[in-house]
Write a protein that binds this ligand. Structure first.
Ligand code: PLP
Length: 456
């Protein structure tokens, strides 16, 4: 076999990919027929593919690369840490400086009394940790029956058996025997798709009150926790009405149910604050983190927990952990990511420059005849496509056919926008400039126009 490098022709790379590589969330036979798009390098907001196309990444891959691609400091820190201490574990009463420093930094950044971090390698692993942690917490407090967890339909919390069960996506549940027992799903606060004739405020309140109904149905003494993304990402950037989160928090407090905010997408600036919980005004007991923690440069996630939870958990041996919990190279890279965010005042850039430019561009895209509305919070947005704006109608195909067409037109115009059903999803690098946002808007308009034309 020849050495496989960037220099091989695209068709050869695609054939090898199809022969040996099973892709996540992909019909691999379909991909083999079409050939994978092969990304060879990236810099700033642009990807380069194996045919030399320069593609603006308005999804930062999978909502990860907040700093943009190719920050040299990140590679330098990784190399330094590789040479100094490439790996050591954090089990059995040992620790190392990168994990200590990152946990301390996260305790400083996280709101309230969220001062303790349990590291994982990904968001899925961190949510598996949460599942076991909240059950163990209540058991330690003498209430082992307080073990049920309530989540939402169409939530995404990962794809391991535990985190996939916490999530509320039926197409995930259908494979592999999920959800596992003890996990329940209430309605999501998606007014655009499900709000009918109600005002967003009334709908938000009604959806939050489903939590109270579910707690009363199960018995509060049986409910350990509620988990939710402050803003659902993979579900289609669902921005809850303003009435939703305050009511959820009130209900959690009333029934002594722990509140877990899954910040895997919303964390680290995506919504214009360090954490999405701050944007929606809640004080969770646990936050799940990953993705933007390292800007995706290294795989790392974790759970940041309150003083109260840590005090209870620290009194027992929690028989849980991952070989790569707090991996020194990943921790060093995450720490460097946070250092750069602070030193370059990324939050200031988002609030004063990127957000106003992005929101103005989206408002304009919202005038397109195909775009029903603009859902946006900070630097995450979705544009639901519709045949009729006023009635919020869905396309007859309502399974993502039109969204898929639009995504393909985005690719053809050197733009990455993802589709969730018939919603186009936008999550650009947080470092994006107004000029780059103009490029995004111009390419998105071409893709929307081409989709509109196809539908005629
Ligand atoms: N939680 C949320 C909100 C996510 O969006 C994701 C991934 O998209 C996860 C958890 C799972 O993270 P990972 O893919 O790192 O396991």
């Amino acid at each position: 076999m020849s050495t496989i490098t960037n220099h091989l022709p695209t068709a050869e790379l695609q054939a090898l990919d199809a022969a040996h590589h099973m892709h996540p969330f992909t019909t691999n036979d379909e991909l083999a027929a079409k050939g994978a798009r092969i990304i060879t390098r990236a810099s700033g907001v642009y990807l380069t593919d194996s045919d030399g196309n320069e593609i603006l990444d308005a999804m930062v891959s999978l909502w990860c690369v907040n700093l943009g691609y190719g920050k040299p400091e990140m590679g330098q820190v990784a190399a330094r840490q590789m040479n100094e201490l490439p790996y050591y574990n954090t089990f059995f009463q040992t620790s190392h400086v990168p994990a200590i420093a990152l946990a301390s930094k996260l305790a400083e950044l996280a709101p309230g009394d969220l001062n303790h971090v349990f590291f994982a390698g990904s968001g899925s692993e961190a949510n598996d940790t949460n599942l076991r942690m909240v059950r163990t917490y209540w058991a330690q407090k003498g209430q082992p029956e307080k073990s049920h967890i309530i989540s939402r339909k169409n939530a995404y919390h990962g794809s391991s058996v535990g985190s996939g069960s916490l999530g509320g996506m039926t197409y995930i549940h259908e494979q592999g025997g999920m959800p596992i027992p003890g996990i329940h799903h209430i309605g999501q606060p998606d007014w655009w798709s499900e709000g009918g004739d109600q005002t967003p405020e009334a709908f938000g309140l009604a959806r939050a009150q489903e939590l109270e109904e579910k707690i009363l149905e199960l018995g509060a003494e049986k409910v350990a926790a509620f988990i939710g993304e402050p803003i659902q990402g993979a579900g289609g950037v669902v921005i809850p009405p303003s009435t939703y989160w305050p009511e959820i928090e009130r209900i959690c407090r009333k029934y002594d149910v722990l509140l877990i905010a899954d910040e895997v997408i919303c964390g680290f600036g995506r919504t214009g604050n360090w954490f999405g919980s701050q944007t929606v005004g809640i004080s969770p007991d646990i936050m799940t983190i990953a993705k933007g923690l390292s800007s995706g440069y290294a795989p790392i996630g974790g759970s940041i927990v309150s003083d109260e939870i840590a005090a209870v958990m620290n009194a027992c041996e929690f028989n849980h952990g991952y070989t790569y919990s707090g991996h020194p190279v990943c921790a060093a890279v995450a720490l460097e990511n946070l250092r750069i965010m602070e030193e370059e005042d990324l939050l200031g850039h988002i609030r004063n420059t990127a957000m106003p430019a992005l929101h103005a561009a989206l408002e304009k895209l919202g005038e397109h005849p195909l775009v029903g509305t603009v859902n946006v919070s900070g630097m995450m947005a979705s544009l639901p496509l519709t045949p009729h704006k006023e009635s919020r109608a869905k396309f007859a195909s309502d399974g993502g056919t039109v969204g898929y067409m639009c995504r393909e037109h985005c690719f053809a115009n050197n733009l990455v926008m993802r589709h969730v059903g018939d919603r186009m999803i936008i999550s650009p690098p947080l470092v994006i400039t107004p000029e780059e946002i103009d490029v995004f808007a111009a390419r998105a308009t071409l893709a929307l126009d081409a989709t509109y034309k196809d539908l005629k």
